[in-house]
Design a protein around this ligand. Sequence first.
Ligand SMILES: C[S@@+](CC[C@H](N)C(=O)[O-])C[C@H]1O[C@@H](n2cnc3c(N)ncnc32)[C@H](O)[C@@H]1O
Length: 224
Amino acid sequence: MSDTDRQARLERYLAHHTDELSPLLRQLLEETERETGRSRWSIGKIEGRLLQMLIRLCGARRVVEVGTFTGFSALMIAEALPADGRLITCEIDLKVADIARKYFQESPYGDRIQLELGDALETLRRMDPQSVDVVFIDADKPAYGLYYDQALRILRPGGLVFVDNVLWKGKVLGPRITNENARPIAALNEKIRNDNRVEKVMLGIRDGVYLIRKKQEQERLSAD
Ligand SMILES: C[S@@+](CC[C@H](N)C(=O)[O-])C[C@H]1O[C@@H](n2cnc3c(N)ncnc32)[C@H](O)[C@@H]1O
């Protein structure tokens, strides 16, 4: 069996043993593929279920998403929030945001979502420090480092940053990194690795996920 076949079998096995998506989310993925040809940009079932589980485990009430696209991950996040929870999701492309808005209106969880149109960095800069429980970063890769800095600023101590695509199809591995997206991602991965303000673990699921927890003040002091 080739490596590709083995990987495909593994993906199917993982998906089979993970909770199914709602009919609305399946419909959204189908429309995303029809309208954009890029349903692969959505985090998909396994990563989405992981994000949901983490949101529930840390009792998150306020979540920020950088990169809405057509709203798949936003709806997964909203579903995992308590009824009075809030997701602020940032998108710069009005066309894909229209699809997202349509599905937010159809979803029973849509009223938990606030869609912010425009450059995500501007939206993040307007947010109060230490006001958020979870930040999910999944937008333009060259700006990842700036999103990370803002995420740590707006995150409460003990909060979580979830960064997608940190392996960039394996291109961050080097030794020479020439890809224009892999370079800033690799630089950020290194920065996070050396960041004593956070506890972190990198996972190899899909295109790579970095889970980063902002330490409490006490933890930082005892580590110094
Ligand atoms: C990979 S897609 C997000 C996928 C989505 N999180 C999901 O799983 O369904 C990245 C999105 O980030 C958006 N984006 C790129 N640059 C942006 C910026 N500066 N501000 C806000 N959104 C941006 C793109 O338009 C695109 O829709």
